[in-house]
Design a protein around this ligand. Structure first.
Ligand code: SAH
Length: 464
């Protein structure tokens, strides 16, 4: 076989036009059809690039000069945007970001899902009026520099921790508490964890804020279960921040990039903080998944509820239910809701949340959705509407198989990854479902992430 030589060479310069953006927010230029990924370039821009790395089917480049700017280009408002990497598209106007995200969803549904895009409605992305300071959770690594503690973020592509006073997408209360906790620990001579030597103590600080209630939780992730100067540290935190309701320690003694370990204990105050979304109140514990953008979460859940088209009597299954957020929204309009989730603590929270809101037409089970739902089906539980909200890897095939056997009239698919959404929609379409509408929601402004809710209906001929 003749080996095709890529049409570009390392260290050479090329004049290009950018056509697209990757999921990571890099510009895509094509040279004789060969894609080159160039950070900091936007679609419709032109410029001169230097090729920095050539792989078999694609290359990377650096933007040397911009000769034509996109109408959506702006200066990134954050001074540490380039070092941090937490946001990928701050150099694009917010309007431009929303258009990009809609296009990305359409492209992926067509390319990976092979959906008939003349039929599937992909709506404009529902964005935020004020797309800043939206995050209710800060989760920062802690390190040491010249003897003092630093808390912030890993500099892009390194494991060096940069101190961060302010993050523009974070609730400012969270930044304040993180910085204060760092200062308090510093004053007591507390040592940060050192990744290379696997020594030291404080690995991460997490702060969670119930924006509707004003309650806050502080979590110390530490290498060992002891807590030097515990009483003094706690006293200082609660004296400075009376809205802190819960202080928790999580022990992670492993040499790993995973943030949390298995052992969690309450050091002071409550095991939970509370927040409300719409009319429903939620208790949230340290280890449970809870959406980070509460304003947009309401938009997302309202859309999921709308797509469920409930009349009041239906049986609904909520797969990957977390602390029961979507389940409780659905329960207000359904006959009975069954929620399933793999994290036991989240299911405990879900049950507590149902009781807290006086909702008693829900049942929650711990386990894999792909194991529990097939068992429910064998026991005769059949959903009229089934909601899934899986993690990035999408639904397990065993779950999709069961959906195709169970044949709920409607499937509402909430997804944080358009790629796996597209893959799963293809499987459901092949099994007799029709994707009616897809509503992208901007849960993470300034990052390249996009969340979607899709409505699928069982093919009318089959279900009539
Ligand atoms: N619907 C919830 C949670 C969505 S996040 C909300 O909106 O808040 C996805 C959830 O799926 C997480 O809580 C995660 O713990 C859970 N999960 C991951 N794999 C799972 C599996 N195989 N079966 C059931 N739940 C799973």
């Amino acid at each position: 076989m003749v080996k095709m030589k890529p049409p570009v060479e390392k260290n050479e310069y090329y004049n290009v036009t950018f056509e697209d953006l990757t999921h990571e927010g890099a510009g895509v230029a094509k040279i004789e059809g060969f894609p080159v990924f160039v950070p900091n370039a936007l679609p419709d821009e032109q410029g001169k690039i230097k090729v920095t790395r050539v792989k078999k089917g694609f290359a990377f480049g650096r933007l040397m000069e911009l000769t034509k700017e996109s109408q959506h280009r702006q200066d990134a408002p954050c001074p540490i945007y380039k070092q941090c990497g937490g946001c990928q598209i701050q150099h694009m106007s917010y309007e431009g970001q929303l258009l990009f995200k809609q296009k990305q969803v359409k492209d992926v549904l067509e390319r990976i899902g092979k959906l008939d895009m003349s039929r599937v409605k992909v709506h404009l992305v529902l964005g935020m009026e004020d797309p800043w300071n939206y995050r209710n959770k800060a989760q920062v690594p802690v390190g040491e520099r010249e003897g003092g503690l630093v808390a912030g973020f890993y500099q892009q592509r390194t494991h060096e921790i940069i101190d961060m006073e302010k993050c523009l997408i974070q609730q400012s209360e969270n930044d304040e508490v993180v910085q204060a906790v760092k200062d308090i620990c510093n004053a007591f001579g507390i040592k940060a964890y050192n990744e290379e030597r696997h020594k030291g103590w404080l690995r991460h600080v997490m702060v969670r804020y119930g924006i509707a209630t004003g309650e806050m939780m502080v979590v110390f992730v530490t290498r060992t279960a002891d807590f030097p100067q515990k009483q003094q540290v706690i006293e200082q935190i609660i004296a400075r921040f009376p809205h802190v309701r819960s202080i928790v320690q999580n022990v992670n003694s492993k040499k790993t990039n995973v943030i949390f370990g298995d052992e969690t204990t309450v050091l002071w105050g409550e095991e939970y903080i509370y927040d409300t979304i719409g009319d429903i109140k939620f208790a949230i514990s340290a280890r449970s998944f809870y959406q980070v953008n509460p304003a947009q979460t309401k938009v997302l859940y309202d859309k999921a509820l709308e797509y469920a088209e409930l009349q009041g009597e239906e049986t609904v299954i909520d797969a990957y239910c977390g602390i029961g957020t979507i389940s409780l929204f659905l329960a207000q309009k359904a006959g009975r809701v069954y929620g399933v989730e793999i994290v036991p603590e989240a299911i405990e929270d879900a049950k507590r949340n149902a009781a807290l809101n006086g909702i008693n037409n829900v049942e929650f089970a711990v386990g894999e959705a792909e194991t529990v739902i097939p068992n429910w089906y064998k026991e005769g539980i059949k959903a009229d509407t089934l909601v899934v909200d899986p993690p990035r890897k999408g639904c397990d095939e065993a779950l999709l198989d069961t959906i195709l056997k169970m044949k709920p009239k409607r499937v509402v698919y909430v997804s944080c990854n358009p790629g796996t959404l597209a893959r799963d929609l293809r499987i459901l379409e092949d099994g007799g479902y029709v994707t009616e509408e897809v509503q992208p929601v901007d849960m993470f402004p300034h990052t390249s992430h996009v969340e979607c809710v899709a409505q699928l209906i069982l093919n009318k001929e089959i279900f009539d």
